[in-house]
Design a binder for this molecule. Sequence first.
Ligand code: HEC
Ligand code: HEC
Length: 329
Amino acid sequence: MGSEVTKEFHDRPNRDRAAHAFAVRRERVPIRIERVVAIAGLAVALSIPVSGWSQDDESVEETVETLQAEVGRLNRTVQLQRGRKIYFQACSPCHGVRGDGKGPAARGFDPAPRNFRRGVYKFRTTVSGALPIDTDLEHTVREGVPGTEMVRWKGVLSDRDIKAVVQYVKTFSPYFEDPDSLPLPEDIIEIPEERPFEPSLASAAVGRQIFVDQDCLKCHGESGQGDGVEADRLVDDWDVPIRPADLTQPHFKNGRLDSDIFRVFTTGLNGTPMPAFDDLSEEQRWQLVDYIQSLEQKQGFLFWLFKDNPNQVRRPRPEARVEDAESGG
Ligand code: HEC
Ligand code: HEC
């Protein structure tokens, strides 16, 4: 069912080639430094009983704390080294060795690879204008950005590697080092897994009205095809012209589950003219989701309404994408 969508992803030869080339090269990366950390950890563990016999409780605690902090620092260094290696092999061709988005492979890409130096990220679970949290970046790296050259790294990089490379990417921007810039717990938005009501023609119709009232048309156009009156004049924060999403396309950058679209209305896409609509009530945001989902051109609203599980059917099958990438690359 999702095969047309799937195919569209696979027909992007450079994405697949980049992923494949990386998979091949990766075999040869020897990172043994973890063993150093393991040994250091063991040393801490051993030092507890030893120092315990010869010192009073307080100084034991102090020693343990110092050693634990030391191991923490060492772990971080190891993770960053690992991340750096992966970054240079897998990411720098597009994102550039300096993280400025000017890699040699990326000339003419639209959209351009992200410049990491300003710490501005589109896909987040944090309020508009805030930095992303680690899991947001890991999600982007794992799933890629559908419809762009940003490859999907799941199946190519291990979870551990993805975490490591994300930590390295963060070092390009000073904001991640500054505690005052980091999102506070209340800046992190939980998107409800369960919708409060089922999608229906009625909720989509209310959603259409919200679409009109909120002026979505001026960017996304009367029928959602990304051709509103403002569409040709928009630029992003990196001064590059940007087009509003064609909402009739079967894939969105941030995912096409109902909850993904809900999230975009709630957080906005930092660095782009797409604002957050967090002043709409939750009910209104779900109604808007229903309207947006009904726009998907290929299958239409009635198909979407009556199929078993609207979310799962719509999603391109991940296994198929990885397989095709392997056989096609
Ligand atoms: C073939 C080119 C290419 C490669 C290789 C690539 N990227 Fe990207 N990446 C892009 C493009 C293009 C975008 C911009 C997508 C957009 O703005 O819609 C992007 C965007 C991103 C973003 C920003 C998402 C956001 O929320 O704004 C992150 C993070 C990212 N890439 C991480 C990585 C990491 C880590 C690697 C290596 C493991 C990598 N990329 C490899 C092309 C690439
Ligand atoms: C000022 C112009 C503007 C307005 C107003 C606007 N958008 Fe957007 N929207 C954009 C742009 C530009 C993008 C594409 C961002 C990108 O590609 O990185 C976008 C992207 C989107 C996406 C796709 C997100 C994804 O994951 O790819 C959805 C859905 C969306 N807009 C819905 C809406 C709705 C609904 C409204 C009104 C409530 C609205 N937009 C109002 C400019 C706008």
